[in-house]
Design a protein around this ligand. Sequence first.
Ligand SMILES: Cc1cc2nc3c(=O)[nH]c(=O)nc-3n(C[C@H](O)[C@H](O)[C@H](O)COP(=O)(O)OP(=O)(O)OC[C@H]3O[C@@H](n4cnc5c(N)ncnc54)[C@H](O)[C@@H]3O)c2cc1C
Ligand code: SF4
Length: 327
Amino acid sequence: MHLDPFELHRPTTVEEAVGLAHDLAGRTDFVAGGTDLLPNYKMHLNVRPHLIALEDIPELRGRSLARIGAMERLADIESDAALARVYPGLADAVGEVATPLVRSSGTVGGNLLVETRCFFFNQSLFWRSSLGYCLKADGDKCHVVPQKERCYATFSGDVAPVLLVLDAEVEVAGPSGRRRIPLAALYDATGDGIRRLTLAPGELLVAVHLPEGARGRRARYKKLRVRPSYDFPELGVAVAGRWDAGRVASMHLAVGGVETYPRRFDELTAPLEGCALSDTAVRGLAEAVMRKLRPVHNTFLLPDYRRRMVEVYVRRAIAEAREGAAE
Ligand SMILES: Cc1cc2nc3c(=O)[nH]c(=O)nc-3n(C[C@H](O)[C@H](O)[C@H](O)COP(=O)(O)OP(=O)(O)OC[C@H]3O[C@@H](n4cnc5c(N)ncnc54)[C@H](O)[C@@H]3O)c2cc1C
Ligand code: SF4
């Protein structure tokens, strides 16, 4: 597999990057650490002739308890003791991404925007051509759920579920200015699965913002994968909670690695507020989450197994979040 030639642009401000993206519309991608984008280019997946490197833009850097720049490396977040103390779930999730080598280049922005994955997509051009390609790249049908309208590729970023339960917002810059949206609104939950984000063409992720309220929540992240030192999630469960005299003061739960977008389940956790969280209530919540999820057979583990593991991982994540809160 080889990388086709491309022209690399190196803007030094957000405005310059957004302007370039506007001028090169449809012919360019932003590149952060390149750990997701460039392997995909090598497989000839949606390749563009221009790349806009984000490396030289100082505004995309910097991290504090309130703001993490989109270009912050995962390895730097992982080794930040202040962040880990206040947001242990973030430290869990970042430390679970790929390998130390990938984390030393990969960024938090790239992780939130990582391409969705599928057996039939993450393959070489030769492999895909032998099957007639698929909807998500170069073809017109889906091999997982045969039809011609929707892609079921899985959102496989580890960091989004934790940031979702911490109520994170993302700052986005585009040709018409800047906006701040809840992280959940970054993902297209109702579309065709191919357009997986709500970003307009050429919009750039500038930073992740964490509200003050996130600091009192204890979050944890549990990940199911085949090879613990390397693989993408087959399931990722994040839980954040506050407990008051043994009762739930607030609880949020999000799941990634199963559907086309990371999904938060407020409709299931809100009724638990004010309740003592008995083992029966935890099991009931875990089963309800499991019933809502619909994995398809496009990753290594079978859908039925992944669904059953939802229940187990929800229980484990809640137990750990509760333990942390009691400390
Ligand atoms: C062997 C291997 C194993 C992996 N395992 C995991 C895993 O277990 N869990 C996991 O979550 N990921 C995994 N990854 C995927 C990837 O490495 C990480 O998600 C990483 O965080 C991506 O960050 P990056 O900076 O390299 O993104 P890039 O590859 O540079 O970009 C990813 C996408 O985001 C866009 N983008 C990046 N930054 C911005 C921005 N600021 N604004 C707008 N668009 C932007 C790019 O255009 C591209 O579409 C793995 C990758 C490899 C190679
Ligand atoms: S789910 Fe279907 S359309 Fe989507 S990547 Fe897989 S085979 Fe292609």
